[in-house]
Design a binder for this molecule. Structure first.
Ligand SMILES: C[S@@+](CC[C@H](N)C(=O)[O-])C[C@H]1O[C@@H](n2cnc3c(N)ncnc32)[C@H](O)[C@@H]1O
Length: 304
């Protein structure tokens, strides 16, 4: 068992009824809450990561505060200096606690600064490489229904990055755990079966000389373009930037096995915990704001 689960904890809140009303969201989670397969800690994530053993975590997936967004009620403005200082201290700990086969998945999008798109999202990649991370892949999260808005010389912003970093070149990789329906439909498959390139050349005694082969599987490996709607579900704690459960679920499937440990150091409303719990992974989530996490017991109960 992971050491993070073997410590003693205050009373779990799994039995508490959490209704989505103003009154109930004022009930914040206690400092540490053990629920289901994991633990939610209300603290600065640097404190929590520092407590973890070296090479004890299989996947860290997170979406840190976006730059210049003083929206989380703790007085922090998350300017560039926060990233060059605190954030890089946190990612240094992330690197230390990851197992050699572990991955760090970072969902991030710089905001617009005046006439330009912020560059921090690209700088982060360079800084993390300097810390030793391998830049494995950049996924694009495309939002079919982006937040509305009318902007002078810009279009609605419908994309975010999801950067995948490995600790070593041997990062775990299970694309077969997140297969996606192939784009060809049944009629298309019938048509493809008749095409010449769907016949294998063989020397059959019948003299046929060719054998029909599959036109293609129904389920195929996904691509690096992730089309997922933003989170539209009720938002009782008024969290300003949740990601949908489908996002952490995709990477948990792609990069971990059942029973392994997933950590989200900036966990907000606990979306990563919901995904990890559904997929049978142990999880550790951290956020400084206890109110955001108050919806977690109900989210775990309903699964979304
Ligand atoms: C982009 S939000 C994450 C939202 C989350 N993915 C969800 O779906 O609810 C970033 C979170 O980081 C938290 N946060 C900011 N500084 C923190 C710190 N030093 N340690 C832990 N959490 C922090 C904020 O309270 C905020 O909830």
């Amino acid at each position: 068992m992971h050491s993070f689960l073997s410590r003693s904890f205050p009373l779990a809140v799994a039995n508490r009824t959490t209704r989505y009303s103003k009154a109930s969201i004022e009930i914040a989670l206690p400092e540490e809450t053990r629920i289901g397969l994991g633990r939610f800690v209300i603290d600065d994530c640097l404190n929590v990561l520092t407590e973890l053993d070296d090479e004890s975590v299989d996947l860290v997936i997170t979406s840190p505060p976006y730059d210049g967004q003083a929206k989380y009620g703790n007085g922090e403005r998350y300017e560039r200096e926060w990233y060059t200082g605190t954030f890089l201290s946190i990612t240094k700990e992330v690197y230390r606690v990851l197992r050699p086969h572990g991955s760090f998945v970072l969902n991030y999008r710089s905001k617009r600064h005046g006439d330009e798109r912020g560059l921090l999202q690209y700088e982060l990649v360079f800084w993390l490489r300097e810390q030793g991370f391998l830049f494995a892949e950049d996924f694009i999260w495309g939002k079919p229904s982006p937040p509305p808005g009318r902007f002078n010389r810009y279009l609605k912003d419908a994309v975010e990055y999801v950067f995948h970093f490995g600790k070593t070149p041997q990062w775990q990789f299970f694309p077969e755990q997140c297969l996606t329906p192939a784009r060809w439909d049944a009629r298309d498959r019938e048509r493809r079966k008749k095409l010449a390139h769907n016949y294998e050349r063989v020397n059959e005694p019948s003299g046929q000389g060719r054998k029909r082969v599959q036109a293609g599987p129904d389920m195929v490996r996904p691509s690096t373009l992730l089309l997922m709607e933003p989170e539209f579900l009720p938002n009782p704690t008024e969290h300003p930037s949740r990601f949908p459960v489908a996002l952490p679920a995709f990477f948990i499937n792609l990069l971990t096995k059942s029973g392994q440990l997933v950590v989200d150091p900036f966990a907000g409303t606990g979306t990563t915990a919901v995904a990890a719990e559904q997929l049978g992974r142990q999880w550790l989530c951290v956020d400084t704001n206890a109110t955001y996490a108050s919806v977690l017991p109900e989210r775990l109960r309903t699964g979304h």
